[in-house]
Design a protein around this ligand. Sequence first.
Ligand code: HEM
Length: 220
Amino acid sequence: MQAVAQARQAVRTEAVWDFLQMCTGVALVLFMWMHMILVASVNVDFGGGRVMNAIAYFFEATYMAQLGGPLIFLTMLAHFVLAARKLPFRVAEQKAMWVHTKRFNHLDTWLWIIQAVTAFIILVMGSIHMWTVLTNLPITAARSAARVQTGWWLLFYLVLLPCIELHVGIGAYRIGVKWGWIKRSHRQYFHGLENKLTLVFIAIGLITLITFYFIVKPAV
Ligand code: HEM
C-alpha cells in the first residue's frame, strides 16, 4: 500500500515539473514571437530606425526592458533546469539516445533530438546575446546595426536565429502533443503548420539582419 502511495506521489511530482516546464516554455515562445516582430520593426521605415527607436524607448522608459530582460533570462534558466531532467548529459546516454532514435526513426523522436541539441546552443548564445544587449542600453537601430556589422556578430545571429526558431516551433507543437490537445490524427497537420511558422519567422529574422547589415547607418 505504502509503495503504491509513494509511486503515485512520484508521478504527481513529475507531472508538476512537466507542467512548470510547459508554463515557462509557453512564456518563452510568446516572448520570442513578440521579440522577433519588435526587432523587425526596423524594416517598417526601410532601415530608418525611427519606429524601432520609438519602441525601444517605450520599453526602457517604462523599465520593461531593464526588469523584463533579467526576468526572461531567469525564465530561460528555469526552463532549461526543468528540461534537463530528461536531457542526456553523459556520452553513454547520448550514444544510447542516438541508437534508439535511428532505430525508431519516428518524426517526433527526431524532433526531440533537435530540441535537445538546440537547447544547449540557445542557453549559451542566448545568454551572451542578452548580456551584450542589456549591458549596452539604450537599444537603438544604429547601435544594433553597429553590432551586426562588427566582427562575428552576423555569423552569431545566423546560427542563433534558426536554432531559436526551430526550438520555439517544435516546442509549441510538442506541448500540444504531450498534453493531448493535438490528437494523433491531427499531428501531420499541426507539424506542417509548425514548419510554416518556423520558416516565416526565420525569413523575418533574415530580412531584419539584412537591413541591419546593409541599410541601417551604424552608430559611431
Ligand atoms: C529581454 C531580452 C532581449 C532583448 C532586449 C533583445 C534585444 C535584441 C535586439 C535589440 C536585437 C537586434 C540586434 C542587436 O542589437 O544585437 C536582437 C536580435 C536578436 N535576438 Fe534578442 N533580445 C532579447 C532576448 C533574446 C533571446 C532570449 C533570444 C533567443 C535565445 C534572442 C534572439 C535574438 C536573435 C536570433 C536576434 C537576431 C534578430 C533577427 O534575425 O532579426 N533575443 N535582440
